[in-house]
Write a protein that binds this ligand. Structure first.
Ligand SMILES: Cc1ncc(COP(=O)(O)O)c(C=O)c1O
Length: 452
């Protein structure tokens, strides 16, 4: 993992924080030079409680959940919205998802355990994963998880056997890989033919497996699932994949007499990570999904199914920010300026992993223009450890509080203890109050599983 070559073509954008538009959490505002979110001063919070720290705008999260509900109500009312908990998970977000009438997508036993501990109704839980272990399947089935999304034929026999042991018939979906190339980063494409996920359509493998699922005594096939990738801006690939799936459902109906009641279209819409990004709106996404399902069902002469959608990134991505303190400044003339923060790839692996883009501001200089191009590097022993590569920032001084936007999704859940770094605390802010929802890890936590 190394630092990509500096980009000498980029120039500072001179924007102030409030000019960063689509990356700002819903309640972001600037008062007395400081960035406020949820009515809370980010500088004060960071200095009082310590950095690195994740902060979530609770109003933003609830707003996005409602946007999905409202969008589907308008564009395809027979729909159910699942929160994809892999994007960000702790007990509080599970409770919020429940309060906002979301169902829940969990992947594996750990996510299921958190959902259970938070009291989420198990009948509204959908269990994903390309290699759920037999133990995890046992946990899900014995907990009464509503639906298991089968990912392979091998898994079918495991689920069937465990359900038999429990004397139940388990509802299952089959995850179908529609063979569609989504317009997104290679790392987060999932629906193309060369994918570890799901039943492949090639040589009618998935089609033939439907027969096996229908024959199994202790599973009940209740629907099909697809997921083509994440951070998708161009909804063409969704339309294409919906077409493939509806064709598949029509063939399944003709051959097996099985009418598809539920169709899960996978994750949600992409979000803006850069101030100039123009992702589609949630409302438009629900319209495109609703319209294409209706038209493809008509084309293939199948009834319109109950539709499920499992957004993660677009629910929590924009709501979350990470606060850091500037600890070291290093200028390499003609090469680049490094601003070193007290976190990095341990709390946000996305930049080191696939050069993801982020916008940042100095929270105590939030009303000043971003006049410099800097690399916001982390504190870890990897050259490629950075959160922002060649991005605009106000002139930094030691002790400044840096806020990186859009870190609500796939940052905490992909975090690590690299270099013995305790994971940051998580605060939810709303109505002028900050509440601790996950405490910072301690050094004792780092050793808590070691056996002397
Ligand atoms: C099966 C499944 N569903 C839902 C999601 C959530 O997708 P997104 O965060 O893009 O909405 C993912 C993420 O990759 C996924 O793998």
């Amino acid at each position: 993992m190394s630092m990509p070559a500096p980009n000498h073509d980029v120039v500072a954008d001179n924007r102030t924080t409030m000019q960063l538009g689509p990356v700002l959490p819903l309640t972001a505002e600037v008062k007395d030079h400081h960035l406020f979110i949820g009515g809370v001063d980010m500088v004060k919070l960071a200095r009082e409680k310590g950095t690195a720290m994740y902060v979530f705008d609770e109003a933003d999260i609830r707003h996005r959940m409602r946007e999905y509900h409202d969008g589907f109500k308008k564009n395809y009312p027979d729909a159910e919205v699942l929160y994809a908990s892999k994007a960000f998970l702790n007990k509080v977000i599970v409770k919020i998802a429940n309060e906002e009438n979301m169902s829940l997508d969990v992947s594996g036993g750990g996510e299921l355990a958190i959902a259970r501990a938070a009291g989420f109704p198990m009948e509204r839980v959908y269990v994903h994963g390309n290699n759920k272990t037999p133990e995890e399947l046992e946990e899900a089935i014995s907990a009464g998880a509503g639906t298991i999304v089968l990912d392979s034929r091998i898994e079918l026999s495991r689920v069937d056997e465990i359900a038999r042991k429990h004397g139940i018939v388990q509802n299952v979906f089959m995850r179908i890989t529609p063979g569609v190339e989504a317009d997104t980063l290679d790392y987060i494409k999932t629906g193309c033919e060369d994918s570890k996920f799901g039943f492949n359509l090639r040589d009618d493998f998935a089609f033939n497996c439907v027969g096996d699922v229908l024959k199994a005594q202790n599973v009940r096939l209740t629907g099909f699932h697809m997921h083509i990738g994440s951070e998708i801006f161009d909804l063409h690939s969704y339309q294409e994949a919906v077409g493939v799936m509806c064709n598949f459902m029509a063939r399944v109906r003709d051959k097996y007499g099985f009418e598809t009641k539920n169709f899960d279209v996978g994750g949600g819409v992409g979000i803006a990570y850069q101030a100039d990004d123009k992702p589609t709106t949630i409302e438009h996404f629900t319209k495109v999904v609703g319209d294409s399902i209706r038209s493809q069902c008509k084309k293939y002469g199948i009834p319109e199914p109950h539709v499920l959608c499992e957004p993660g990134r677009s629910i929590v991505g924009r709501a979350g920010v990470t606060l850091y303190t500037v600890g070291i400044l290093k200028t390499l003339p003609g090469i680049r300026k490094y601003v070193a923060i007290d976190g990095g790839m341990s709390d946000n692996i996305r930049t080191a992993l696939y050069h993801a883009d982020y916008e940042a501001t100095i929270a105590n200089k939030a009303d000043q223009p971003r006049t410099e191009i800097v690399t916001l590097c982390g504190k870890h022993c990897e050259s490629g450890d950075a959160v922002v590569l060649d991005g605009s920032l106000q002139k930094a001084d030691l002790g400044d509080i840096v806020c990186v936007f859009d870190t609500g999704a796939y940052c905490y859940t992909m975090s690590s203890n690299y270099n013995g770094q305790p994971r940051p605390a998580i605060y939810f802010v709303s109505d002028g109050k900050a509440r601790l929802v996950t405490r910072r890890e301690t050094y004792a936590d780092l050793m808590s599983r070691d056996v002397d």
